[in-house]
Design a protein around this ligand. Structure first.
Ligand code: XMP
Length: 429
């Protein structure tokens, strides 16, 4: 490992991740570890230059106040305490806090500013080669940011010992399956199995209108298709996964209860158990994007907005039909194109279209029409728990509306959803 590291010891603060990000933003790598770290565990962590003890409101666990272990106090490295109980109190002003952290890590710990996407990539390639050796890795490549960056890293590290499986379930956005094939098979030379499962998924979903039922069918069928492909391959020992740091932090710590269980390709049968390769598990989302850029992945892939697992399936409300699904896909493509032209790509958190399963009357070419509406949704959020609506300017909305009603078959109306979350969820199903 090339990078210097600052350890954050979790003494019950809810701000561990924030401080880790602040330190990384100063160019120094930082990881969060539990308060009971042993001397052995500490010795295994590379290039630690200093320790921050981060106390907070979850410091009392099961009635007992927790403290850092003796191993931590006695390790001889510089230690700074960031405890709200101390006097003077830890500053709440972000700029003053950052100054205090800067002073500690550079003047006291003498840490070097060597945390960069390039160094990260070099280190991970080395680590993955050590972990994997001559053995083989399988990766479900959805084309999302995380799985794409994992694929690109693994191709660099182990070349054709990686097999990627891309399942096209028919609910992806326009051009996505083609882009995955072009980037990974044609440009990076990855071993890519492309599975056209469109008919299979749409058959299973035919006539199913309950949103949770639709989700279950899509999830279960995805596992089934992936499992079938895995069984055709010989000698796979590892499964690559795009787990990122927030997934791990949200799975709970010794001072905070589980917030949500981290979901990835779970559900594979018992006899298909693989060892995991998770090169992004210490990165925050924006760092994953930086690594993606550094690896030369296309901007559209790296800046890709969050996209739900069930894909366009939850935006074609009620029972999915092929023609209405096409209307979702085409209108979404127009929306994305116009957002990019207006400089909104990468600025608005999530934007997409919904085509509900009802029709309304309109006039088209001097005739009565009875067709679907397209609903535009564009929201901003930090954690997807609450969201505000993007205040799109009128001329952009008008341009998008004109294009959707003239280019998308079966549509005669365009609506803008101005509902924040709560009360509306981000998706419509
Ligand atoms: P809601 O609709 O709950 O969405 O406000 C919050 C965020 O979660 C995404 N989402 C999903 N992601 N599987 C996923 O992987 C799902 O079933 C799912 N449902 C919603 C949604 O796109 C938004 O970013």
């Amino acid at each position: 490992m090339q990078q210097d590291m600052i350890l954050i010891i979790d003494l019950g603060s809810e701000e561990n991740a924030k401080i880790a990000r602040e330190i990384r933003s100063l160019g120094v790598y930082s990881e969060i570890h539990p308060h009971d770290l042993t001397a052995d565990e500490l010795a295994k962590l590379p290039n630690v230059k200093g320790i921050i003890l981060n106390g907070g409101k979850n410091r009392i666990v099961d009635g007992v106040e927790i403290d850092a272990s003796d191993a931590i106090y006695n390790c001889g490295l510089p230690i700074m305490s960031v405890d709200h109980k101390n006097e003077p109190a830890w500053p709440q002003d972000d700029a003053i806090r950052l100054d205090a952290i800067r002073g500690f890590i550079f003047d006291v710990c003498n840490a070097q500013k060597n945390w960069s996407a390039k160094n990260f990539i070099d280190d991970q390639i080395e680590l993955m080669r050590q972990q994997i050796g001559d053995r083989k890795v399988l990766l479900a490549l959805s084309g999302g940011v995380d799985s794409s960056v994992v694929a690109a890293l693994l191709v660099k590290a182990i070349g054709d010992k990686l097999t990627c499986v891309h399942v096209n379930h028919g609910l992806l956005r326009k051009g996505e399956p083609e882009e995955v094939v072009r980037v990974f098979r044609d440009e990076l030379g990855a071993n890519l199995i492309y599975v056209d499962a469109v008919g299979r998924f749409l058959d299973k979903l035919a006539g199913v209108s309950d949103p949770e039922e639709k989700r279950k069918i899509i999830g279960a069928e995805f596992i089934r298709v992936f499992e079938e492909e895995a069984r055709k391959l010989d000698g796979i020992e590892f499964l690559g996964q795009g787990t990122i740091y927030p997934d791990i932090l949200e799975s709970g710590t010794k001072t905070a209860k589980n917030i949500k269980s981290h979901h990835n390709v779970g559900g594979l049968p018992e006899d298909l158990q693989f060892e995991l390769v998770e090169p992004l598990k210490m990165l925050f989302k924006d760092e994953v994007r930086e690594v993606g850029f550094e690896l030369g992945l296309p901007e559209g892939m790296v800046q890709r907005q969050p996209f739900p697992g069930p894909g366009l399936g939850v935006r074609c409300t009620g029972a999915i039909t092929r023609d209405r699904l096409e209307a979702v896909r085409e209108s979404d493509a127009i929306l994305r194109e116009e957002f990019a032209k207006a400089g909104l790509q990468g600025k608005v958190w999530q934007y997409f279209t919904i085509v509900p399963d009802f029709k309304s009357t309109g006039v088209k070419n001097n005739e009565r029409s009875f067709e679907w509406p397209v609903v535009i949704r564009a929201v901003n959020t930090v954690d997807a728990m609450t969201a505000t609506v993007e205040e799109l300017d009128w001329s952009t909305l008008k341009k998008i509306t004109d294009r959707i009603i003239s280019e998308v078959d079966g549509v005669n109306r365009v609506l803008y959803d101005v509902t924040p979350k709560p009360t509306g969820t981000i998706e419509w199903e």
